[in-house]
Design a protein around this ligand. Sequence first.
Ligand code: AGP
Length: 608
Amino acid sequence: MCGIVGYVGKKTAQDVLVGGLRRLEYRGYDSAGIATLDDNNEAHIARSVGKIAELANVLDGAPQTGHLGIGHTRWATHGGVTETNAHPHHVKNIYMVHNGIIENYKELKAELSDKGYEFASDTDTEVLAALIDSNYTDGVTLKDAVAKALKRVRGTYGIAVFSPKEPGTLIVARLGSPLIIGLGQGETIIASDASALLGYTREAIYLNDGELAVCNKDGAEVFTLGLKHLDSKPETIEGDLAQIQKGGYDYFLLKEIMEQATTLHNTLSGRIDPKAGKMHLGGPNLTEKEMRDIRHVVIVGCGTAYYAGLLASYYMEQLVPDLTTEVVIASEYRYRSFHLPKNSVALIVSQSGETADTLACLREIKKRGVKTLGIVNVVGSTIAREVDGGTYVHAGPEISVASTKAFTAQVVAMLMFAGMLSEYHGGDPKLVAEFTRELSILPEEIEKNLETHRATMEALAKKYSKYDHALYLGRDTAFPISLEGALKLKEISYIHSEGYASGELKHGPIALVDDRFFEVFNILDNWLFDKSCGGLHEVRARGGKTIVLTDSKADIEADDIVRIESPIKHLAPILLNTLQQLFAYYIAVDRGNDVDQPRNLAKSVTVE
Ligand code: AGP
């Protein structure tokens, strides 16, 4: 997620801004910048691609002396990783930084272009700055101009704005992207998270969604967007820096598990229309003819990305009747003498966008003249730059080595591609509408599910954390998440765990069942329910210790059962998988492991 810092007070703003941005580096970013207003009311902007150190180098050559300013670390969403797209953005009298996604920026951009505004960047932020400027006419205060503009915005924002026309004033506002106002002695510091405020103050106003504040060196006044004054009480910032950067959680992994409902809103933003029952991805760069001509999809990935592709392939087959799909492990596929039929498209799935095996596959596939589409989280990554098109999954920085929120976002992104393809291939519009409606409630269903079952999964983890072997079993769309559940467990708890199609039990794995093992069964309330329970009975008949994760209300015999209550059916595997994520997390914690940096593993495997 991007980072925001703002300052107004007696210190040199540049020092506070750069220091604050360094505190936010952990969030991941690809460019950074600051803008300040000097004592002659001259504004100065410095921006750079890359790390804060690059920005500091720029500032060494042109130090900024003002006592008011804003700073930003950008995690690119709209527009590539370039200096032009880096924040702060400047449009006429407005200097601004922004976190979030403006869904209707294209229509606003067209309207503002008609008014004569020109845009240097590809960002939605520059459009919002222009919209504010267009309201900021004589007699209108900056606060009013910002409020008026934000009423027209659809999407999410956390913004900080200043103008040479109102020196000493910072306007901040939030909707879906956190903003905190630190109240110092004769100075005010704003930030997207409290870690940037430590050292200046522990007294802060936490803005709520739909609120705006006018900040100066003496403090802040908070308003609704309707400019009704609010009597917001300051709170005390608790915790040390490490705890704050993890959002108050003990590890980034739990933070990323718990925030996936929020980040999924960004993945879905502007891409589904539940009323019309349609999905639309902007990025595939395929013509209508190319979409219509696709007959084969190969999905490439490693680890969790591969399992996300496997789950997505089931949905793709359901939604696109005349398509064949294959899902391949990149490290194998890159060396095979593979042939792809005419009219194939390759989905290249990677959170980091840097995985060597996946990148090698991309290059091998491109040699064969096959269109490649990226399903990537890190904007501007190597895979994202080398594919022919694709879509960013917008899961935000995933710090913990074990991938969780990115898995969910990758599945959803590929599902939206399938939903879009369906229209060109005579797919069932009612089925697309069902999936679209499920996607529209998926974030809150994930949130509800996590909150409801978090304590249960922690208790279960304590009960099973001493085992050294586990089998994860599922059928149909519960099979890919059984593979993923086993991977999550093995990579952070170091328990030997294998995922299997539950129909395979009798072809060998059932010989393993004894008191060294526990078995996790993912059982879906679908047409294969009885079959899925068959495997469970086979294991129980041999004394297996069984945990069932299910969306079924039916009686099921097991040592432990966790039932999810949700109207979601097709996407129930995603909900069950969030339980597996919690289970693996709590077992790893119980075993005293380094949950975020498990032994032998790296977040991005850039070597073979
Ligand atoms: C997942 O938890 C693991 N960290 C690992 O399997 C990972 O999914 C794999 O290395 C692929 O990484 P990528 O998505 O960045 O390409």
